[in-house]
Design a binder for this molecule. Structure first.
Ligand SMILES: *[C@@H]1O[C@H](CO)[C@@H](O)[C@H](O)[C@H]1NC(C)=O
Ligand SMILES: *[C@@H]1O[C@H](CO)[C@@H](O)[C@H](O)[C@H]1NC(C)=O
Ligand SMILES: *[C@@H]1O[C@H](CO)[C@@H](O)[C@H](O)[C@H]1NC(C)=O
Ligand SMILES: *[C@@H]1O[C@H](CO)[C@@H](O)[C@H](O)[C@H]1NC(C)=O
Ligand SMILES: *[C@@H]1O[C@H](CO)[C@@H](O)[C@H](O)[C@H]1NC(C)=O
Length: 342
């Protein structure tokens, strides 16, 4: 079967934004593709599939591989996830310098050559989640937009780790052993999603990029939030600080009373009062703290009950208040919160 180039481009564009596998549709339409030899120049390693209908992609996922296969220079997409590869050496990508996606999650990688990725000047996605990395690989290409390093054993992030990545949009570092991000996030001017949850951070990372839309810092050891911390962002909507060590003292007055936030997760901390939040907030998680008082003024200014809160979800269970602590006026202020979990 022959796919006109225009159709191919159109389908590819759709799948790029929807699923991690731009060729899933080829396998659905053309199940034999993977069994045919490639004849467009360069050999496909026998342990992989290179569909002739889309010769710039190579499928080597779930093959029990214990080393990186040879990668023909024409490749743009390589799928190597779910194998047992321990090492990515300096010459692992050989002459395949046009690579756009390198998918290597769920391997055993603990060693990466200092120059392994250096020549991949067009690299857009690099997935290294679920490996055994103890540091961020060196010389990562500045062209990256989506970098996933979650579920490794990274302890240290050098200040230069993400240098020049002006287009990086997604950075996943969750589930590692990072104690301090240092200044590594400076200059990531396109970053919209940062996940550093489940690490050992004692402080909110410095130099957080101002374009962030989602900031996930849950399950760390953070006990304080810097003054004016939220004022630097113009698009921030989701902020998660659950399972940290926040106390009232560590939260500057009115810090969360900023418009734009949709979700604020402060659950599983040590707060004793409800911090003031903006009337535009929709989801507030405060369960499992030590809150002793229900302060309606934290949601609506008392002088203007008509300026009601947009909260839809308010969770307060596992605190030191009961339903009888909620004043009747709250029905006016919290009129969209159909159920306050207590
Ligand atoms: C890369 O290309 C050069 C020059 O074309 C060639 O000599 C070399 O063998 C190639 N290396 C690999 C790993 O294919
Ligand atoms: C990671 O490395 C440790 C030793 O440092 C080893 O015991 C463990 O099996 C490795 N895990 C994987 C998934 O490779
Ligand atoms: C970022 O993206 C722009 C627009 O696509 C491009 O011109 C620029 O070279 C990219 N920057 C890097 C460091 O790749
Ligand atoms: C409602 O209160 C918020 C602050 O909580 C304020 O920014 C906004 O301007 C007020 N809206 C009206 C209509 O008064
Ligand atoms: C939030 O800040 C606005 C001013 O921007 C103020 O009018 C409002 O009372 C504050 N809300 C709370 C709950 O303190």
């Amino acid at each position: 079967m022959f796919y006109p180039p225009v159709l191919l481009v159109g389908l590819l564009h759709i799948t790029l934004t929807q699923e991690a596998d731009p060729l899933a549709w080829i396998y659905r339409l053309h199940p034999m593709a993977s069994l045919q030899a490639d004849n467009t120049g360069g050999d496909c390693p026998t342990e992989c599939d290179c569909p002739p209908t889309f010769p710039i992609a190579m499928y080597c996922d779930n093959r029990g591989l214990k080393q990186m296969p040879y990668i023909p220079s024409r490749m743009k997409y390589v799928y190597l996830q779910h194998n047992h590869i321990p090492t990515v050496s300096d010459d692992a990508f050989g002459n395949a310098t046009d690579l756009v996606w390198v998918i290597l999650h769920e391997n055993h990688i603990n060693t990466v050559g200092k120059k392994a990725f250096a020549k991949l000047a067009k690299l857009d996605r690099l997935y290294l989640s679920g490996n055994n990395l103890t540091e961020v690989p060196a010389s990562l290409p500045a062209s990256l937009r989506d970098l996933r390093l979650n579920h490794n054993k990274i302890t240290k992030v050098l200040p230069s780790a993400f240098e020049g990545m002006e287009n990086l949009t997604i950075l996943l570092l969750n589930d590692n052993d990072i104690q301090d991000m240092g200044g590594a996030l400076k200059g990531l001017k396109s970053l919209t999603l940062l996940d550093v949850s489940n690490n050992q951070l004692k402080n909110v990372p410095e130099g957080l990029p101002s374009m962030l839309h989602q900031l996930y810092l849950g399950s760390n050891a953070i006990n304080a939030i810097p003054d004016n911390f939220l004022n630097r962002f113009s698009n921030l909507q989701y902020v998660r600080f659950s399972h940290n060590e926040l106390t009232d003292k560590g939260i500057p007055p009115n810090i969360f009373n900023v418009s734009g936030l949709i979700e604020l997760d402060l659950s599983f901390n040590k707060l004793e009062r409800i911090p003031p939040v903006s009337t535009s907030l929709e989801h507030l998680y405060l369960q499992a703290n030590q809150i002793k008082e229900f302060t309606l003024g934290s949601f609506c200014s008392v002088v203007d009950v008509m300026n009601f809160s947009k909260l839809k979800i308010l969770r307060l269970e596992g605190n030191e208040i009961t339903r009888s602590d909620i004043p009747s006026e709250s029905a006016m202020c919290l009129r969209l919160a159909s159920d306050i979990a207590l």
